[in-house]
Design a protein around this ligand. Structure first.
Ligand code: SF4
Ligand code: SF4
Length: 373
């Protein structure tokens, strides 16, 4: 095992291969507060990539209701339980990662879902945590909660799928950090399915090889955001490139959200994979649950989000405004500009939605408008 540095857990950790960061890392921010669980992303992916035989059960993108939704069943509960105590001390993770907790003969602490675990992708949908007393009225404070968690492959910096493959079939592209699986090399051992804690590799029983999310790399190569991003109804997603914290550039929208304002957090950083999809946590769920899911700093992130200034609020308005990947941004007065690397403008969005007030009487036709007071 090599020693590598994982900035999300604030320390060195053991990994199967030495540290080899790509030239630039594909990454994303999802704003959980805006997701409506319409599953348009799921279908956009499904119809693009997994509509073939043997792929029926595969959801490279899925959206589950937390705390009781999972795909596959109990993916997070199983890994957290197997891992044991997870302690953080001043931003440093003192517990074991799944690489450090691997059983003898394993490269990462894993488990393999059964067919039944994949049978109910909508289990727990819209189930609240807690119960409403019969006849209880809303008292101004939401005591019950749930939220929607959209998930894709995290194109991890230290992928467990890659580490666990005895055939060396999984690789991380040096040009963009996208994690791909060479189906020609794969022999269907399913070690990757077992090792990925997020359960984002799927075995195709008809072809006998595994498959996974490819971050729509043919689109990325053309400077376009993946299908699940471009089709997102809630405009919760922004794809781009993420630097390490020491090279954070405030003009890069992802660096700004993750490193500068620290409003977006990784999914279960304690597992040790340095996942590259970041989440703006939901505002109304209990902090303890959110810390387990997104690591330390959640309350600070939510405080920043709640009191967003014009820069932050404006940048959030760039989400879903264009199909192009926006590598740079800046605010110009009441406009937020999405820019190419060289500075050319891709898109501009207003800081505030314009409000049009129509007079009750239409002076042109001399008639009263029925939709005005
Ligand atoms: Fe591999 Fe899973 Fe990480 Fe994707 S999320 S790169 S499948 S370990
Ligand atoms: Fe959520 Fe967007 Fe997917 Fe709809 S398309 S479920 S809003 S992530």
């Amino acid at each position: 095992m090599a020693k590598v540095y994982n900035w999300q857990i604030g320390r060195e950790m053991s990994y199967w291969y030495p540290e080899a960061r790509p030239e630039r890392q594909f990454a994303a921010v999802f704003d959980v507060n805006k997701c409506i669980a319409c599953q348009t992303c799921t279908l956009a992916c499904k119809t693009t990539w997994t509509s073939g035989r043997g792929q029926e059960y595969m959801l490279w993108n899925n959206v589950e209701t937390k705390p009781y939704g999972f795909y596959p069943l109990a993916w997070d509960v199983n890994v957290l339980q197997a891992l044991g105590p997870q302690r953080w001390e001043s931003g440093r993770y003192d517990g074991r990662t799944i690489f450090e907790a691997a059983r003898p003969g394993e490269r990462a602490l894993g488990w393999r879902p059964t067919e039944l675990d994949y049978a109910h992708p909508n289990v727990g949908e819209d189930d609240c945590h807690g119960e409403v007393e019969k006849g209880a009225a809303f008292g101004g404070q939401h005591l019950l909660w749930f939220f929607y968690l959209a998930r894709i492959c995290n194109h991890c910096t230290y992928p467990a799928c890659l580490a666990s493959c005895p055939r060396g079939s999984i690789y991380k592209r040096p040009e963009d950090g996208i994690v791909l699986l060479d189906q020609g090399r794969c022999r269907g051992y399913q070690e990757c399915v077992k090792a990925c804690p997020y359960k984002k590799v799927f075995f195709n029983p008809l072809t006998g090889v595994s498959e996974k999310c490819i971050a729509c790399f043919p689109k990325i190569e053309q400077g376009l955001q993946p299908q699940c991003f471009a089709n997102c109804i809630g405009k919760i997603r922004l794809a781009g490139w993420l630097s390490t914290p020491d090279k954070a550039d405030p003009a890069n929208p992802l660096d700004y959200l993750v490193h500068v304002r620290k409003v977006a957090k990784p999914l279960m950083p304690q597992l040790g994979l340095e996942p590259n999809v970041y989440y703006i946590p939901p505002l109304h769920a209990p902090p303890g649950f959110l810390e387990q899911m997104f690591g330390p700093g959640v309350e600070e992130a939510l405080a920043t989000y709640r009191t967003a200034d014009d820069d932050l609020a404006g940048l959030l308005g760039l989400f879903g405004s264009t199909e192009r990947v926006v590598p740079r941004w800046r605010r110009e007065g009441d406009w937020i500009l999405g820019l190419e690397e060289g500075g050319a403008e891709i898109v501009r969005v207003p800081l505030r939605e314009p409000v049009h007030i129509r007079a009750g009487l239409d002076p042109r036709f001399g008639i009263q408008r029925t939709n005005c007071p």
